[in-house]
Design a protein around this ligand. Structure first.
Ligand code: F3S
Length: 778
């Protein structure tokens, strides 16, 4: 890399604006009344409101029932992006025409690196294969003053914990495991690229005020139980939907026994229960961690804030704060857990695992144990695993399963290297992969794995275990557990092995039994610097840099602004497709092989709705033109767009569920979509549609779904007035069927005043760009 890397930590840009936040907190208290008790999550979140009075009194009974009701307009302190999602975020940011980002931001190249033979060969291969994308990200980062962490520097959440997270901070990240930073007391929320752009251009970011789930920790972890087991067991209790709409706030006497990185593991996997985010209070373990990661002044500043009287105390929950729900976990009696296969909430205590394996007929052996990733590659995790390896090596044992280690960052890798932990792993036969996502995101060339379709098992210390996620084989059962437990089990090779009770025969014939693992939270000699090539570029904008996009590229394309709403109703729209049943963001914009086109809207649009079932014929991705000719959905959409016919889609319930993927809204808009008419919408996708200038409408009478068909002609009535009046008004659709007969469909909408502005301007981005231009002219 030609760009100079900087060693010096920019403390100023990394310290949360405590003074401003404490002042805002007092404003929040004024709005809500001094007697109102707040949880920690509420304090941090509400202190980041643009205008506390406007947000906290909106939609609420004079501020009494904020949670679940109020529309919070927030001003986050920072943004982090990973390489896959950063592409569209940056392309959108660029079209606003601003010279630099409004808040500090960072880009982390981690998702596009394949794990196969080990870091030394994998990294150069992946860099070569993705060069144009990395060059684009790096040049844009330099131009706009974003810190750029090159491929090999580490996984976004580990790098964020080591460098950016801090008690009381609020940040957005374009990745679902962004809440990892909550381990260091930050409110960190995973979002789509368009949301990140809000923060990057200084527009308020909107969030429905979450409810607060309190998790009270009692006792102390010991033996084989680890922080991972806290969240594995909680996931079993809550299920994958149980945290939806909640922030999980940990509290209680057990907190002080946890390491900072252990708390991060717990927050990381809050994503698996659907929580908006998770966080821990400022804790004694945060101070040495901040100091060890070169942020002593931040530790001091946080301690000062935590010592303020309660009325101004941003970093502690009020003593009488009320949670919407409380779950208590006793760490002293917590058992190690194993979750899976195929879903992170299928939770089994270790002592019962053998009988469950036998009862369910799951494989009794397993092929690979993979440890590390953004979830579990701390010094504590790795030294506890090292202890397990050392015990086994001393007994003359070798792992029976493949043993694969993914360090979360260059800092942790270099430290483990210096302290000979990696040597211990390698001499035992372990493979150390690059500091990147690798097998966790399916970037795993599993050359010696079983044939596709053959049922088999692996164990990982990662966070997700959906079918096909790791090795692309949907028959691979992925079980989640702590790294130390996986390491021990790798020596047995049996899924039924319990290292707490069972022994393994050694070459000498003597049975060997593990002792509970021991490790250290932090390296006694401090963290090693690592390879300076992996340090980030400085976060200082350089307007002379040209952003690198090859006009012939198939993977990157600049965005052209969408045209504004016409000065009339929408007339002559056609129904492109009537979807039957479930329609997730995966149905609308598939992942897998399409991921490489995330930065190229025309190319990725070729996958639009290809998973959707045709309500008339039950065919998937088969659409019919007006003359009856048969084609695919993306082809018909393009044909109509090019002929000047804009279109709408008709669908059933919960349209756009599954993720915040903005491509699912961008693509239909790019192909000429104007309206989605559904029985109901997933909330985030509904917002995303409005941001891209598509109008989401729902039926007043659901049965009208049956009266509207593909190729019908549709005109709006009342839409223009509704948009111009900031959302007041009703919209009807006049539908003309094939037989020429007309009928009217009554609809509902949830357009706010701001959102009407998005649609009129053509997209939220158009509006932001206009504001940006005005700002620069001033
Ligand atoms: Fe990467 Fe897996 Fe974490 S994809 S960010 S290591 S969840």
């Amino acid at each position: 890399h030609s760009v100079p890397r900087h060693h010096k930590v920019d403390i100023a840009s990394r310290t949360p604006p405590y003074h401003k936040l404490v002042t805002k907190l007092q404003e929040v208290r004024r709005v809500l009344g001094d007697s109102r008790q707040l949880t920690l999550a509420e304090k941090i979140l509400y202190s980041h409101l643009q205008n506390p009075e406007e947000s906290l009194l909106s939609n609420t009974n004079n501020g009494k029932d904020i949670r679940g009701k109020a529309n919070l307009k927030l001003k986050p302190d920072r943004v982090a992006m990973q390489d896959a999602s950063a592409q569209m975020a940056l392309l959108q940011f660029m079209s606003c025409g601003l010279p630099s980002t409004a808040v500090p931001a960072s880009i982390h190249c981690d998702h596009m690196i394949v794990g196969e033979k080990g870091a030394d060969t994998d990294l150069p291969n992946s860099i070569a294969g993705n060069k144009e994308v990395f060059d684009f990200l790096e040049s844009a980062a330099k131009k706009y003053g974003i810190e750029f962490w090159p491929p090999g520097a580490g996984i976004i959440h580990q790098s964020v914990l080591e460098n950016y997270s801090a008690p009381g901070l609020m940040m957005l990240g374009t990745d679902s495991h962004t809440p990892n930073a909550g381990g260091l007391g930050a409110i960190a929320i995973g979002v789509g690229g368009a949301d990140a752009v809000d923060a990057l251009v200084d527009a308020p970011w909107e969030l429905k005020a979450p409810k607060i789930l309190g998790v009270k920790l009692e006792g102390e972890l010991s033996g084989w139980a680890s922080p991972k087991d806290v969240i594995l067991s909680l996931a079993g209790q809550l299920t994958v939907r149980g945290g939806t709409g909640f922030i999980i706030e940990y509290f209680g006497p057990g907190v002080k026994s946890l390491s900072c990185t252990g708390m991060a593991t717990i927050c990381n996997m809050g994503a698996e229960v659907g929580a908006t985010t998770s966080l821990f209070p400022f804790s004694p373990a945060h101070v040495p961690y901040l100091e060890a990661t070169h942020r002593g002044p931040i530790a001091q500043a946080a301690q000062d804030v935590a010592a303020l009287p309660m009325s101004q105390n941003l970093l502690r929950a009020d003593p009488e704060a009320v949670y919407d729900q409380v779950i208590t976990i006793n760490l002293s009696s917590l058992e190690p857990h194993i979750n899976g296969p195929f879903t992170p909430d299928l939770s089994t205590p270790l002592s019962k695992f053998k009988s469950v394996v036998e009862e369910k007929g799951w494989p009794t052996t397993f092929g690979a144990g993979l440890i590390g990733s953004c979830t579990n590659s701390s010094y504590e995790d790795m030294t506890r695993s090292e202890d397990v390896v050392k015990q086994a090596s001393a007994a003359g044992l070798k792992p029976k399963a493949d043993f694969i280690i993914t360090p979360g960052s260059e800092q942790i890798r270099a430290t483990l290297d210096r302290d000979h932990t990696l040597d211990t792993f390698s001499s035992a036969g372990g493979t150390v992969l690059a500091n990147a996502c690798g097998p966790c995101i399916g970037q795993w060339n599993r050359t010696d794995g079983p044939p596709k379709g053959e049922s088999n098992a692996i164990f990982t210390s990662y966070n997700r275990n959906f079918p096909g996620r790791n090795d692309g084989n949907r028959s691979t059962m992925n079980f989640l557990a702590s790294p130390e437990l996986i390491t021990a089990m790798a020596y047995s090779g049996y899924t039924t092995f319990n290292p707490m009770t069972d022994s393994i025969p050694t070459p000498s014939g003597k049975p060997f039994k593990f002792s509970p693992p021991r490790g250290s939270d932090l390296p006694s000699a401090g963290f090693a610097e690592g390879n300076p090539e992996f340090l980030p570029t400085p976060g200082v904008p350089d307007p002379s840099v040209e952003v690198k996009i090859d006009p012939k590229s198939t993977r990157l394309a600049k965005l052209d602004p969408f045209p504004p709403f016409p000065n009339s109703e929408l007339n002559g729209l056609r129904v492109l497709y009537k979807v039957k049943g479930q329609c997730t963001t995966d149905t609308i914009s598939a992942a897998g092989p399409w991921l490489k086109y995330k930065g190229h809207l025309p190319n990725i649009s070729e996958n639009t709705l290809i998973g959707a079932v045709n309500a008339a014929t039950d065919e998937v991705n088969v659409a019919y033109d007006v003359d009856g000719s048969k084609t695919t959905i993306p082809d018909l959409a393009k044909r109509w767009r090019d002929e000047g016919h804009e279109w709408l889609v008709v669908a059933e319930h919960n349209y756009g569920e599954g993720s915040a993927r903005e491509h699912a809204a961008l693509q239909p808009r790019y192909l000429g979509g104007r309206i989605i008419l559904a029985k109901s919408f997933a909330r985030i996708h509904e917002t995303n549609l409005k941001k891209q200038g598509i109008v989401p409408l729902t039926f007043v009478n659901e049965s009208d779904y049956d009266l509207i068909n593909a190729c019908d002609e549709v005109s709006t009535k009342g839409l223009l007035d509704t948009l111009r009046s900031g959302g007041k008004g009703e919209v009807e659709l006049v539908v003309k069927g094939k037989d020429g007969r007309e009928h009217t469909v009554k609809t509902k909408h949830t357009l706010s005043e701001d959102q009407c502005g998005f649609v009129l301007a053509g997209s939220a981005l158009n509006l932001l760009a206009r504001a940006g231009r005005e700002m620069q002219e001033e």
